[in-house]
Design a protein around this ligand. Structure first.
Ligand code: ATP
Length: 199
């Protein structure tokens, strides 16, 4: 599995649709300060489901949409498409190439798609969760983050290892199931109360 390309349309400083093609091996993106190098990394995290505006260096999620410059007006939506070569079947899906896309509109509407089919954020997260990519990923190490890893508490370090080992996915599923069970229990209690009142 390797990342094949990343397309940004209206994402942060990339008003003009821009595609980065990656070959297997090391890719370097170079450019002057403020030219948008970190925005490319932000786009990668965003398309894989990042939900924290702060992690994307913004105040709110709408900050990822091109805000305009002195020569160009703001845009109404941001879109990022990540294409992954899945010839080795590392991702649990029957396609040798997988295109994940995420779109955010100014009115707050948000869309995700896998190979053109509309999906939920959860589907994207599940698809990526065994690949080492995805929500609480540690494959993207931002400026200053090495320091954070070195200073991590034992609990945080355990989190890194659990994510790498693919345990977090099961922990999240367990939490979701427990929440559903709690809701069921509350419904059951309410029904029992109603039944008692009727008798
Ligand atoms: P450095 O080398 O200093 O870390 P960089 O190349 O990583 O810089 P970025 O931080 O990726 O640069 O890009 C910053 C630029 O992106 C700034 O000029 C900022 O105005 C612009 N930018 C960020 N968000 C938006 C947005 N929503 N709309 C338009 N421009 C934006």
């Amino acid at each position: 599995m390797h990342l094949k390309s990343l397309t940004l349309k209206g994402f942060k400083s990339f008003a003009q649709p821009t595609t980065f093609r990656f070959e297997p091996g090391v890719t370097c993106i170079v450019g002057p300060n403020g030219s948008g190098k970190s925005n490319v990394v932000d786009a990668l995290a965003w398309v894989m489901g990042e939900q924290g505006a702060k992690n994307l260096r913004g105040g709110s999620m709408a900050d990822v949409i091109f805000a305009g410059t002195s020569t160009r007006g703001p845009l109404g939506r941001a879109e990022v498409v990540l294409t992954i070569d899945n010839a080795d079947g590392a991702l649990p899906i029957e396609y040798s190439e997988v295109a994940i896309s995420r779109t955010l509109f100014r009115d707050g509407r948000s869309e995700y798609a896998i190979n053109g089919d509309a999906v939920r954020l959860l589907d994207v997260q599940e698809l990526l969760s065994d690949s080492g990519l995805g929500r609480e990923m540690h494959v993207i190490v931002g400026q200053g983050q090495l320091d954070a890893v070195l200073r991590a508490t034992p609990e945080e370090r355990r989190g890194f290892i659990e994510e790498a080992a693919g345990i977090l996915k099961h922990r999240r599923r367990r939490e979701r199931t427990l929440r559903k069970l709690e809701a069921m229990q509350a419904n059951l209690t309410r029904l029992t109360d109603l039944k008692d009142e009727l008798q």
